[in-house]
Design a protein around this ligand. Structure first.
Ligand code: C2E
Ligand code: CA
Ligand code: CA
Length: 398
């Protein structure tokens, strides 16, 4: 926790040569920063007043203070401890986190010495040093991937694959889910579970999602035109992250996509995970309501894997629950998992939501879902995600 401390005029706030473990923000008063030279002389480097931060390098590494600071007027300062800083950094907005890490890394010349990546262990112990190097290596790897992903967006390295979502009873196609693929020029196929979190951390996901939703809307329009057998109300599900959805222009951009692609808002289904609802409840609720009012559909992805608190569901304008594949797999082996799935299906029905079971591979899974009155499904049993041309062909024979 941060703490306020008072220093009288003339009092020392920090001493050159001591190990620092905190920084201070001057709330009121002023200070002078000075150094003592080995020959006994003193050199004043600067004076600082309200709003200035002093001793900030202690938040980065536990080295000796390179200067002293003394109050030259009565001062009130806010103490920021190293632990507090690291805690705030870890819980900060992902963009803030990554930018802060990069700036601090550069500031300290060599990124391997930066202590913000780990707990405040003794940086001189071999174990702590190795940990720092591993964590820095990971962070550098992520930065590299983020950098490459930035090019991917502009170099046509991203693609969308589409997976049909079918009516379990009639086998009619009700819609599609757009799933992003990155074909890296050297590394080849990159799995979304690897690059999406990095794109999210670096904020690049916003640009990628903007591209994806427009591409997916165009594809839906083309597929409906090419295949009159597809239900004209078939929807396109697009995955979004918290960063996308909390962007102030999220809805405006979606509406512009509909305008450009001639796809109705009701044909676009926004897929988001449960976690997003829990982290920013009020903001997300009002944004979802605005999207819903504009006609877009909303689905909760991977339902059941997050914060299984069901009480929040009716607070949000949700059209569809997607039951995570892990339940579908478990359901055929375990009676209690089957009962849980039935419970989710009943819950969705009582809240007037539709239901999609994810990841159907086996006949037995389909049978149990049909018996449980589940409405829609998606899985390799029907079709793997495919590029648009392959899917268009598949649709002709479906
Ligand atoms: P998700 O949204 O839960 O997508 C469903 C995943 O299950 C897809 O993996 C799909 O290929 C896979 N799947 C579908 N049917 C089956 C099946 O029968 N068996 C098995 N084993 N798997 C099945 P994929 O395409 O690798 O995507 C992984 C995750 O990456 C997605 O999970 C989603 O969270 C994220 N993702 C993919 N594309 C995007 C995107 O455009 N934007 C965002 N924000 N996230 C995306
Ligand atoms: Ca999804
Ligand atoms: Ca899912």
């Amino acid at each position: 926790m941060t703490k306020t401390i008072k220093f009288n005029s003339g009092e020392m706030i920090m001493e050159q040569g001591t190990i620092g473990d905190c920084a201070y923000i001057i709330d009121d008063g002023s200070v002078e920063i000075f150094i003592n030279h080995p020959d006994g002389s003193t050199q004043i480097l600067a004076t600082r007043g309200a709003g200035a931060i002093i001793g900030e390098m202690a938040l980065v590494d536990r080295k000796r203070r390179t200067a002293s600071v003394r109050a030259i007027k009565d001062c009130t300062v806010i103490k920021i401890t190293e632990q507090d800083f690291q805690h705030r950094l870890e819980s900060s907005d992902p963009i803030m986190k990554i930018v802060t890490k990069v700036i601090l890394g550069r500031y300290r010349d060599t990124i391997t010495r930066v202590n913000v990546f780990g707990e405040s262990d003794n940086p001189d112990s071999t174990e702590a040093h190795e940990k720092q190097i591993t964590q820095s290596g990971k962070a550098i790897g992520h930065l590299k991937t983020a950098n490459e992903f930035k090019h991917a967006i502009h170099n046509d390295e991203l693609m969308l694959y589409y997976q049909p979502i079918i009516d379990l009873e009639t086998k009619e196609i009700k819609g599609f889910e757009a799933l992003m693929r990155w074909i890296h020029p050297e590394k080849g196929f990159m799995p979304p579970n690897l690059f999406i979190p990095i794109a999210e951390d670096s904020g690049l996901i916003v640009e990628a999602s903007d591209w994806a939703v427009e591409e997916a809307a165009n594809a839906l329009h083309r597929m409906k035109k090419a295949n009159p057998h597809i239900d004209q109300n078939a929807f396109m599900s697009v995955n979004f992250t918290a960063i996308d959805m909390l962007h102030p222009e999220f809805l405006t951009k979606l509406l512009a996509v509909c305008e450009r692609t001639q796809v109705k808002p009701s044909d676009i289904k926004i897929e988001m995970t449960e976690r997003l609802l829990m982290n920013n409840p009020e903001k997300v609720r009002s944004m979802l309501q605005a999207c819903r009012d504009a006609g877009f559909k909303i689905a909760i992805d991977d339902f059941g894997t997050g914060y299984s608190s069901l009480s929040y569901l009716h607070h949000y304008p949700i059209d569809t629950l997607k039951i995570d594949r892990s339940f579908v797999v478990q359901m055929t082996k375990d009676e209690s998992a089957l009962n849980l799935v039935k419970g989710i299906i009943n819950l969705a029905k009582s809240l007037n939501m539709s239901l999609v079971a994810e990841g159907i591979e086996e006949n037995r899974e389909e049978e149990l879902l049909l018996e449980s009155d589940c409405e829609m499904a998606q899985g390799y049993k029907y079709s793997k995600p495919q590029p648009e041309d392959k899917l268009t062909e598949w649709l002709l024979h479906h």
